[in-house]
Design a protein around this ligand. Sequence first.
Ligand code: SAM
Ligand code: SF4
Length: 326
Amino acid sequence: MKDDCSREINYLRISVTDRCNLRCTYCMPREGIKPISHHEILRNEEIECLVRAAALVGINKIRLTGGEPLVRKGLPELIKLIAAVPEIDDIALTTNGVLLPDMAARLKEAGLKRVNISLDTLKPRRYEEVTRMGKIGDAWRGIEAALEQDFHPVKINVVAIRGFNDDEILDLVGLSFKYPLHVRFIELMPIGISDAWASYRHIPVFEIKDIIERGMGKLQEVKRMDGNGPAKYYHLPGIQGSIGFISPVSDHFCSYCNRLRLTAEGRLRPCLYSNKEIDVKKPLRSNATDMELAKLFAQAIKLKPTRHNIGEGWQEQDRIMSQIGG
Ligand code: SAM
Ligand code: SF4
């Protein structure tokens, strides 16, 4: 279905949990967050029901995220349920990868097609520092497991942080030469962290591109890899994967935003950066029909703002990234 700006909205990002096994400095406080009670989190069958309703207004792509989606029990079963909804032709996952070695085969069998894995550094000490508790070997084994299972594509999400990983940009690009990996640099956003912290550490995409071009030659833009995602992709001679850039702050991509978000506790969120939400859990738990739920999805699509104003500084947020589903 098209929104008021003629954008075709066909993509739903579902946060399946607000819990996480890491505490990335730019995403969560050291002590974590007060988790939503299990009763408040949508059950597998409830998510399936909402996906069916979403399909009625044209959603055909699903991404599971969180928090860390792999800490949710029964994730392969959830993927199976979603994969059985006839209109859904693409199911993807965003994960820190730590639990992937044990789960990759089951997820693939369940119907998962694509995986994005977060990795901000190649240095073990820095990985421990940025995640506050992670071991880089675990994330790396997750990436290997994703490649072994032949998920296609496997993308690596790198949040660019000044003074932390700006000296590793060329090494991180090197991953896409050595492996069929699509390495994407994401601008740091002031969500859940202070504007001051984020603006000091923020590196605009044009600066990252400049570092790559000075070190490795002219980037060649390629066609979008998968629909209307926010990343722009580039090639370099000899590359196996690609290099992507996501610039929510320096060059927003709102004019082709095709997504809605569903929080773990059942709120539909038309825009990552706006506090506007629609409660779908209450009607769902009061036995609303698929059609009635589909109307709420249509309402959320109508509520999508023309654009966000993140470049003008962050406004007070009710939720942090792991609660919205980044
Ligand atoms: N736990 C999973 C992971 O880390 O991939 C999925 C959830 S996480 C919130 C999704 C993505 O959001 C990750 O790639 C993470 O690096 C990114 N992210 C979190 N906070 C961010 C911020 N303040 N600015 C930019 N990206 C952020
Ligand atoms: Fe957890 Fe992902 Fe947030 Fe890191 S970015 S704390 S792995 S939810």
